[in-house]
Design a protein around this ligand. Structure first.
Ligand SMILES: Nc1nc2c(ncn2[C@@H]2O[C@H](COP(=O)(O)OP(=O)(O)OP(=O)(O)O)[C@@H](O)[C@H]2O)c(=O)[nH]1
Ligand SMILES: [Mg+2]
Length: 243
């Protein structure tokens, strides 16, 4: 099997326009300067996907940091027309190929399906799902290229990777550390979702284990199992800012 970066490098070289798909819950952490550098002078469109999982205020805040970004929800089919218009505007009637790139699990394949209007690219809640380039025709002139998710070469922060869903919750090595980092960042949301009192990340994790009755022999909280569960719920978008 080809190395994911080889595929992405090839697509970035071939594409006229680059769609960099970020997770609207973590735009900064899923930004990828290495990809931007490779794209050189090409037109880049920042897409903040999964916008259904954050509030409007949060989106407006990010709009200031990523001035030309478009936020969309591939799941709810929101923002897709704006995105298509932006592509067509850049294309100016010419045939264009658009490389869809970004961190694993940000929803690249889902964005392609939403633009297409039906399922053409395979998607999954497990990161690392797309393994090869795939070409999808959107209009007579617009072709999208799906790619596998890639991380910047220097990215070694395994806790962050689990928190943002780039590493699958089933494969995370230190689920407890990742879950505690997530709790630290999104405490209110998580405590509300599992209906536990706010406290230190460690305490919250324990309380969630007790609430979910995830216990080991002797009645102690099963921290690892609970941590994976929280990461799973988070990565699947079950825990979110919405009422
Ligand atoms: N809530 C929500 N979930 C989404 C959205 N877009 C994608 N997802 C979910 O995010 C997960 C990953 O989606 P994919 O489209 O497979 O992501 P990808 O970036 O192609 O992932 P890889 O190919 O593994 O890099 C799936 O469970 C999708 O259902 C969205 O707009 N909102
Ligand atoms: Mg994919």
């Amino acid at each position: 099997m080809k190395n994911f970066w080889d595929i992405v490098n090839h697509v970035v070289k071939e594409a006229d326009i680059i769609l960099l798909v970020l997770d609207a819950r973590f735009p900064q952490q899923t930004d990828n300067p290495e990809l931007l550098e490779k794209a050189g002078e090409k037109d880049i469109i920042y897409v903040l996907n999964k916008s259904d999982l954050v509030t409007r205020e949060t989106l407006l805040k990010w709009k200031k940091k990523f001035p030309n970004c478009i936020y969309i929800s591939a799941k709810e089919h929101q923002g897709t027309t704006v995105l298509l218009h932006k592509i067509l505007e850049i294309a100016q009637g010419q045939k264009v190929s658009v490389g869809v790139v970004g961190y694993p699990n940000t929803g690249k394949s889902s964005v392609i399906n939403a633009l297409k209007g039906r399922k053409s690219a395979s998607t999954s809640p497990h990161s690392g799902h797309t393994k090869a380039k795939q070409l999808v025709k959107i209009t007579e002139n617009v072709y999208l290229m799906d790619t596998p998710g890639v991380l910047p070469y220097m990215e070694k922060d395994t806790v962050k990777l689990a928190m943002i869903g780039a590493t699958d919750f089933t494969k995370t090595k230190d689920p407890d550390l990742a879950a505690m980092e997530l709790i630290k960042n999104k405490k209110q949301m998580i405590c509300k979702y599992y209906d536990v009192k706010e406290g230190s990340p460690e305490k919250v994790l324990k309380n969630i284990a007790i609430r979910l009755k995830k216990l080991v022999k002797g009645g102690e909280p099963n921290i690892n199992e609970t941590a994976r569960l929280i990461l799973r719920d988070w990565q699947k978008g079950k825990i979110n800012q919405l009422p």
